[in-house]
Each structure stands twice: as C-alpha cells, then as structure tokens.
Design a protein around this ligand. Structure first.
Ligand code: ADP
Length: 367
C-alpha cells in the first residue's frame, strides 16, 4: 500500500513549551489513523500543522511523498472537519455542499451532480434546501463531512467529530463513519481523547502524551501490547491492572513479590537479563485473567472484594497484597461466597514494565 501521509521529526514549540516533540509516523492510503491522548497532549497542534494552520518549528510533512510544508493552508488538498461542525449557517445544505466545488471553479452541472450524489451518500438528499439551524446535531455533522468529502481531499481530518453529540447519536455517527471509511476508502486522520472511539474506528492509533508519541501501532497491538504503563492505562475499561513488586526467584521459578505476596511469572523472554531485586510492574488487562480453583498451577491468590454483575459479564474486584485488581469474567464464572480466590493470567498477554520508567520490558531490557 502507498504511504499517504508521513510526518518526519515534526516539532512545534510555543516558547519554552514543546507541544509536539519530534514526531515521526507514516499513514497508509485508505487507513484511518487516530491521534489519541489526554487533553493538551498535542493532538490539535499536530492536526493543525498537517492542515497548514500552524507552521512546524522543524521537521516535515509529506503527502503522497511531496513535502507540503511550504504550501499555504488554502492550497493543501486536505479536508478538515471540526467538532463544532464548521458549516456556514447562512447557507442551505446545498450551499454548504457546493461551496468547496465553486471555489475550485467546477462547472455548475458537475457541481449539481456531485452535490446530489454526496447528499444521498450522507443521507441528506431530502434536506438540501434546509438551513443548518433546522437540522439535528448529527445531520449538521453530516453536512460538515459531506461538504468536505465532496472536494475529494487527499486526506480527511476529523477533529473530535463526535464530541458534541449525545450518546445515541454518537453511536449512530460512528456507524456512519465506518460506512464512509468502507465506501470511500478515504485516508482519515481522526483526533480524539476517547479510547473507545479510537479502538472502534482506527486501523492504527498514535498515542500521545505531553507532546511525545508514546506508541504507534495497529489498534490491536496498542491495546494488547502496550509499550508503557501510560498506554496500558489510557486504553481499556476497566483499565489495565498494574501490580508493583520486586522480581525474585524461588525453586527455578521467577515471581513478583509485593509485601510477601507472590505472583508466579510464566517463562518470558522479556525476563532474560533482568536481575532479581529489580522493581518491576506486572500489567494484566481485566479480561485476561481467569478465576481458577485455588492452588491451580501458575495462579496467584487474592481476597475477594466486590462483585459487579453486568449482564453476561461481571467485574470482580480482588485485593492482592496492597493492590486492588479488577477482572472481567463471564457471570457464570463468578465465585460464590467470600475469601480467597485464585487468578490465572493469560501468559501470552501478561506485560512487564520497568517500574521507574514505566517502559515495557522487551527481551531483557526496557525499550
Ligand atoms: P490537544 O489537542 O491534545 O488537547 P493541543 O495540541 O491543543 O492539545 O495543545 C498542546 C499544548 O500546546 C498544550 O499545552 C497547549 O496549551 C499548548 N498550545 C496549543 N496552542 C498554543 C498556542 N497557540 N500558544 C501557546 N500554547 C499553545
């Protein structure tokens, strides 16, 4: 697949503040890439540099292999949709949808054809004569997306496009975006602070924090193989469990000890070269541990603390030494009574992090 967008050491400073710190990544044609991170992490600044609203301090942006750094905002063929719709309120839906094509001096017949096709694509064929004030929030967002898509941008940039919508509308719009992805094969950059949105819409996720790209990988890998405790905790609900302890060995078995309580570790190549005594954090996603009979090989014990049934699944909270853990298990597997339970983590999904740096241990070293 061709590379549609490439950021090369992209950097933006505002005085002493580094809003985006030497960010490099590639987005393939037809992919949706989500820029995900907490408020203030540099998502909008990155987006604004791609659009041309902000000038990078250093680094470069390539679209279809060509640097666009010197191309002014209006001349870049990228389409931006903001969370607050960016539609012209004094124009009808048709007026809004025609606008970008008129600016490009497309002939009126062609404009009519394209606008009508796009209006029916975004489900607004019967609303072309309406003014935005007469539309619902999701219809307004569809106008904003339609008027941008109709100009066939090289990249469609969506900045928190669902955050102004009510929950039900947000789900509906998410499905709508899925359809747009599938049918247009448009390359999309999607800015969000909502991990569920990123996981459900993006092929790849760039997780940012404090201007620094923390991890850039497929949505699957970012979720299942977080490279740092930050990424592990930012994605997932309930969030990943973290158990801090000291690495030890007993009878040829490596384990993590916290206040005398122990978690046996499966044999992991990540442990090669990491000495006993190291401060290590175990990461276990809530749905990657099973409740097993006490004494089962590879399991560890914790005290049952709370059970929250949620229909087919239940969130079970248990206390291991000083740490409260949450696991999600089928309701049928919920333990009866109280006292000790045994938890068996899925060996291939258990993560180990260097406690001090929060970086995942990889092949015997933090990387
Ligand atoms: P996000 O979109 O992830 O919420 P932003 O890209 O808006 O984050 O902001 C990143 C950092 O840059 C923040 O600390 C923000 O305060 C700062 N920032 C953004 N725009 C400006 C600006 N025009 N002048 C000074 N600081 C800015």
């Amino acid at each position: 697949m061709a590379i549609k967008l490439e950021l090369v050491n992209l950097r933006k400073e505002y005085g002493a503040l580094v809003a985006v710190n030497d960010m490099s990544l590639k987005v393939e044609e037809g992919e949706t890439m989500a820029l995900l991170g907490p408020s203030g992490c540099g998502k909008s600044t990155t987006l604004n540099m791609i659009v041309g609203l902000e000038t990078p301090t250093s680094g470069d942006i390539l679209i279809d292999g060509q640097s666009v750094s010197k191309i002014p905002v209006g001349r870049r063929n990228v389409g931006l949709v903001f969370q607050d719709y960016a539609v012209f309120t004094h124009m009808t839906v048709r007026g809004n949808m025609e606008y970008g094509l008129k600016v490009r001096k497309v002939g009126q017949r062609e404009i009519n054809q394209q606008v009508e096709k796009m209006a029916s694509f975004v489900g607004l064929a019967d609303k072309l004569h309406r003014k935005p004030a007469e539309l619902s929030a999701s219809e307004m967002q569809r106008v904003a997306i339609g008027r941008t898509l109709v100009t066939s941008p090289q990249i469609l940039l969506l900045d928190e496009p669902l955050s102004n919508l009510e929950s039900e509308m947000r789900h509906q719009m998410r499905r709508e975006l899925h359809r747009i992805q599938l049918e247009t094969k448009q390359t999309i950059i999607y800015v969000t602070h909502d991990q569920i949105e990123a996981l459900s819409l993006a092929h790849r996720i760039a997780v940012m924090n404090l201007g620094v790209l923390q991890q850039y990988d497929t949505s699957y890998n970012v979720y299942h193989y977080p490279r740092s405790t930050f990424v592990g905790s930012f994605l997932g609900n309930p969030p990943m469990n973290f158990i801090k302890g000291t690495l030890k060995s007993a009878g040829g078995q490596r384990l993590i000890e916290q206040d005398g309580a122990r978690i046996p570790l499966p044999s992991m190549k990540e442990l090669a070269g990491v000495s006993d005594g190291a401060a290590v954090t175990v990461g276990i996603r809530a749905e990657t541990a099973d409740i097993v009979p006490l004494g089962s090989p590879g399991s560890f014990e914790a005290e049952l603390f709370a059970i929250e049934p949620q229909g087919p699944e239940a969130v079970v909270t248990a206390k291991f030494a000083n740490t409260l853990l949450k696991v999600v298990v089928p309701t049928s597997a919920v333990p009866k009574g109280s006292g000790s339970i045994a938890l068996l983590p899925h060996a291939n999904l258990l993560a180990l992090f260097d406690t001090q740096s929060g970086v995942r241990l990889m092949n015997g070293a933090a990387s």
